[in-house]
Design a protein around this ligand. Structure first.
Ligand SMILES: [Ca+2]
Length: 360
């Protein structure tokens, strides 16, 4: 979730058990690269690194953890250059294209898979919706966008991933040190070895791709079997996604987004620049010539969302509070709109099925 745009977890990293030949060659090349251009730094075990040892001591004293155990765990953590490669933003800024972004998530796999997932877990989804006010289709869509319903949760060993990001990726070291700290606490709470977690190249875990800190704060034991299990248990994932959105302010029964109509005089760029929070009041939107697609005045504060595609007209949407809540999962309007559209497709799919069932 949060730290990167939600890319499907990618295969093949050094921590993913590649074929032996590749591993051997990779190892030789890596050794070469290290010998040629870096000091012993990248070579050392994290337990031998001064910064990692200081980190271990600091979190041990803060949480009454065993510093020796943390150091032993860090000694087993390996620097993963693939993690750095995947998390580093491209040097050339890519062209923003809503159409190509959307195509990645609004596909047959996610729609058909979502209908199946909803069938299999209908009772759980209904209970989650009843208890949190978050509609079933939004919960299903998030799990679909994140991991194709648990099919693609990532094979990166999380301890190594987070150590790599915490100690060897300065732009986000602070965030990932917090997540590494949270991983140790999570492991203690769950009675697990910190090295037993696997997830994305950004340290996100399980069906819903929660980072360790989110897991500790928002995950729930929704099947009440005494343990939170995301990796194998979609029931806990469903309850936890719903709980996450509820905790971030989901408004039951309120709209997520709708298409906007602009007047030729509307300063769209200026309004978009106001940000992703729904701060544009109805009166301000009216003054700027913005209505709903059918010409009604906008009824609630909104953000103006621009969905750009090169060579095509930009789509403008009104994102309401619940749209903003979805962006707490991943801070991108493209992400939230994909979740919303997938949710709508699934909701309509269910409606059609219900109507057919009634006719029989
Ligand atoms: Ca459980």
């Amino acid at each position: 979730m949060i730290p990167t745009p939600s890319l499907p977890a990618r295969p093949s990293s050094p921590t993913q058990r590649p074929p032996y030949r590749q591993r051997k060659l990779g190892g030789i090349l890596a050794a070469f690269a290290i010998a040629l251009c870096t000091p012993a730094l990248a070579h050392a075990s994290y337990a031998e690194r001064e910064d990692a040892r200081a980190f271990a001591a600091e979190i041990a004293s803060r949480h009454a953890l065993d510093a020796g155990e943390i150091e032993r765990a860090l000694a087993g953590a390996r620097h993963d250059p693939e993690v750095i490669r995947l998390i580093t933003p491209p040097s050339r800024k890519g062209v923003r294209s809503w159409r190509s972004y959307r195509a990645r998530f609004l596909d047959r796999t996610r729609i058909d898979g979502g209908m199946r997932f909803w069938h299999e877990h209908a009772d759980t989804l209904e209970r989650a919706e009843r208890e949190t006010g978050v509609p079933a289709e939004v919960i299903v869509a998030i799990i679909g966008v994140e991991t194709i319903y648990g099919r693609n949760t990532g094979n990166f060993e999380t301890l190594s991933t987070l150590a790599t990001l915490a100690f060897d990726y300065p732009p986000r070291a602070e965030l990932f040190r917090r997540e590494l700290e949270a991983l140790f606490l999570l492991a203690r709470e769950q009675g697990r070895d910190p090295a037993s977690y696997y997830g994305s190249f950004a340290g996100a875990l399980g069906y819903p791709q929660f980072l360790p800190s989110s897991m500790r704060a928002y995950a729930v034991d929704f099947d009440r079997n005494g343990a939170i299990d995301f990796e194998g248990d979609p029931v806990d994932a469903i309850g936890s996604v719903a709980n996450y959105l509820r905790a971030h302010g989901w408004q039951a029964g309120a709209p997520v987004a709708e298409r906007a109509r602009l007047s030729p005089a509307t300063d769209a760029a200026g309004l978009v620049a106001a940000g992703i929070e729904p701060t544009l009041a109805p009166a301000l939107l009216a003054d700027n010539g913005i209505t709903t697609a059918d010409g009604r005045p906008v009824a609630a504060a909104a953000t103006l969302v621009d969905l750009e595609t090169p060579g095509a007209d930009t789509e403008y949407w009104l994102g309401y509070r619940n749209f903003y809540v979805i962006t707490r999962y991943n801070r991108s309007s493209f992400y939230a709109m994909s979740v919303f559209e997938l949710a709508e497709a699934l909701r309509l799919g269910r409606l059609v099925e219900e109507i057919r069932a009634e006719r029989r």
